[in-house]
Design a binder for this molecule. Sequence first.
Ligand SMILES: [Zn+2]
Length: 62
Amino acid sequence: MATIVDCPTCGAKVEWTEKNKFRPFCSERCKQIDLGAWAEEKYAIPAVNLPQEQEDDSSSMQ
Ligand SMILES: [Zn+2]
């Protein structure tokens, strides 16, 4: 009755069990790769959307 998921990094079949502490990743390496990619993406996106949305919202209320 084990749930099988795909490793987000390499696509390998991963058994979703308590024993697999790297789930949903197949290994620690795949987990680190995915975390690294996420951090890079976070740094790459400048925070310009939120101020623009707030400005637009307040101007439409006046
Ligand atoms: Zn993997």
